[in-house]
Design a protein around this ligand. Structure first.
Ligand code: GLU
Length: 448
């Protein structure tokens, strides 16, 4: 059952952490003060490093460390048995410097304000890395979506949407699917918003069903972007895709699509896993067959082919490519020294902690960071938003061609910066993103 909500009905916090010393140096908190598995700290650690390398001015640094807006709402829901439960919903807008807030909404038992803040900031950096005219936002509802009926999920979605409706809008804040949300949830958000706006507003969310304004190719876009980025990385390190061994952790929309496309490109997917456990088969897992199993059974649990292994064993397999595609904090200081993959391509947001970064770097592992590797989803969200506004729809091959172009160009931009500065792909991606957002702030100035 969901946890009781203790927050007031609506709390909009305009976060103002007072800065005592105006000459505060542009440095992240001293090491040791960062909590390794706190996602917002993990984001700040990487951001701080990029800000320092860019020699970012103190004022802009202060702005970028603080989300523009944090909304917490109580979400009362009448359950099917007549009982009223109250869930906690969050929406955080980290930045609108480059355009409307953009980012998904997740329904999960691990949702917290710090997680949503980190995810919102990661959206800012992600949109900037691939140069979309969006800022960054994220939302979440603390719940166990697997215990909710379809109708309970609909009521929860509509009430949460009503709670955050003042921030939403095609020109202000545009949600999308994330962990445990899908096209149907987006359709309910679009409908609730449109009823309040008294006109249909397809562009208020992306990742909608194709039958009501969604874009062809959006559902597969994040996984497709991961497969494209992995391909670029493998070609850079001189590893042929044909026959390359791959382990994929997470078998939801992102992991399963990435595994399927990598297998089509000739890779041998030797391990896949989800929250129920993992499967290992050196001869190669039949990805399409595993997807069909999950479609009928909900999870990989009980999948009869291959050897059952743990997720920790999957992460430390000796493979050419590892794709973490589930949640945060799976590669940490506890297991990073045991990782044996040559390339890591991050399908999830925040799968690697900042402490693990240094360990992976010392082992010479080539990491394509989340804010680049999984940007395919929001890129096609942008295409969807453009199609909605133009009321002019593209073919699936147009979508995929343009996505490939954006992913390849962005990979090359980040790689160029990494080589120039002698830094990792992650640091270079943050430098590119933070630099672009900082430029927008300089040009806009500070409204008074
Ligand atoms: N939830 C996805 C992400 O983390 C997509 C966000 C979007 O399309 O707005 O990138």
């Amino acid at each position: 059952m969901a946890r009781e909500n203790t927050t007031p009905d609506l709390l909009i916090r305009e976060p103002v952490t007072p800065v005592a010393d105006p000459r505060q140096p542009v440095t992240p908190p001293a090491s040791g003060t960062l909590r390794e598995e706190n996602p917002f700290d993990a984001m700040l650690a990487r951001y701080g490093q990029a800000a320092r390398l860019l020699d970012l001015e103190v004022g802009i640094d202060r702005i970028l460390r603080h989300p523009e807006k944090e909304i917490i709402v109580a979400v009362p829901v009448e359950m099917d048995d007549g009982d009223i439960q109250v869930f906690t919903g969050y929406r955080v807008i980290h930045s609108t410097a480059r355009g409307p807030g953009k980012g998904g909404i997740r329904y999960d038992a691990g949702v917290s304000l710090d997680e949503v803040k980190a995810l919102a900031a990661w959206m800012t950096w992600k949109c900037a890395v691939v140069d979309l005219p969006f800022g960054g936002a994220k939302g979440g509802v603390l719940c166990d979506p697997f215990t909710l009926s379809l109708r309970e999920k609909e009521r929860l979605t509509r009430r949460y949407t009503a709670g955050i409706i003042h921030t939403l809008g095609p020109d202000s804040d545009v949600p999308a699917p994330d962990v445990n949300t899908n096209e149907q949830v987006m359709a309910w958000i679009m409908d609730t918003y449109s009823m309040h706006a008294r006109q249909p507003e397809t562009a208020v969310v992306t990742g909608k069903p194709v039958a009501m304004g969604g874009s062809l190719g959006r559902r597969e876009a994040t996984g497709r972007g991961v497969a494209i980025s992995a391909g670029e990385a493998m070609s850079y390190v001189g590893m042929p895709m044909r026959g390359a061994t791959v382990a994929v952790q997470g078998f939801g929309n992102v992991g399963s699509t990435a595994a399927q496309l990598l297998a089509r490109d000739g890779c041998r997917v030797v391990a896949i896993g989800d929250k129920t456990g993992a499967i290992h088969d050196e001869r190669g897992v039949d990805v399409d067959d595993a997807i069909a199993w999950v479609r009928t059974h909900g999870t990989l649990e009980g999948y009869p082919k291959g050897d059952a292994i743990t997720n920790d064993e999957l992460l430390t397999l000796e493979v050419d490519l590892l794709v973490p595609a589930a949640l945060e904090n799976v590669i940490t200081s506890r297991n990073a020294s045991r990782i044996r993959a040559k390339v890591i391509c991050e399908g999830a947001n925040g799968p690697t902690t900042a402490a693990a970064d240094a360990i992976l770097e010392s082992k010479g592992i080539f990491v394509v960071p989340d804010i680049l590797a999984n940007a395919g989803g929001v890129t096609v969200s942008y295409f969807e938003w453009v199609q909605n506004r133009a009321a002019w729809y593209w073919t699936e091959s147009q979508v995929n061609e343009r996505l490939t172009e954006v992913m390849r160009r962005s990979f090359a931009d980040v790689l160029r910066l990494a080589t120039q500065h002698g830094v990792t792909m992650r640091t270079a991606a943050y430098m590119l993103a933070v630099g672009r957002v900082a430029t927008a702030h300089r040009l806009r100035g500070v409204y008074a």
